[in-house]
Design a protein around this ligand. Sequence first.
Ligand SMILES: [Zn+2]
Length: 170
Amino acid sequence: MEELAKTATKRSRNSAGSRAADAGNASVAVRTKEEIEFLTDDEYEALSEEEFLAAQRVLLESERQVYTSQAEMFKEEAATLARESEPGDVQFDEESGEGGNSTMERERDLALLASHLATVSEIDSALEKIQAGTYGICENCKAEIPRIRMRALPYARLCVKCKSGGLTRR
Ligand SMILES: [Zn+2]
């Protein structure tokens, strides 16, 4: 991981980059999520490319953890609801209407599970881009996406202009 991050940094057009990368391990101390969140947008803009990527990776990994554990929760809940609505309970369910409710709840859980898993895979592809040195580049117009947007949505694929779609879709 470390090696790949350095490679990605060297590929960026920071001319002082290679010297800084050698000397710079101390300044690229891995920050905690709290430290990163504490930075102002100006401070975020002022980070070196290497620091920026390191910070984004922390954000991505932390979001990945949240989405993964929530996905797990929805999966278990859906499985529990499926067990509860097994044929044995049917008579009771007909009277109380709970059968219908738990089917709906289960469908809701499955939908949430799917959307959380989709987000996890977005996050994974953003992490891959950090390694490949293509992170923060709009997939459509290839422009650099502003750091403030990447900070707010670390797995953004598109710049705001392409996201809103006017230019490409019509
Ligand atoms: Zn774009």
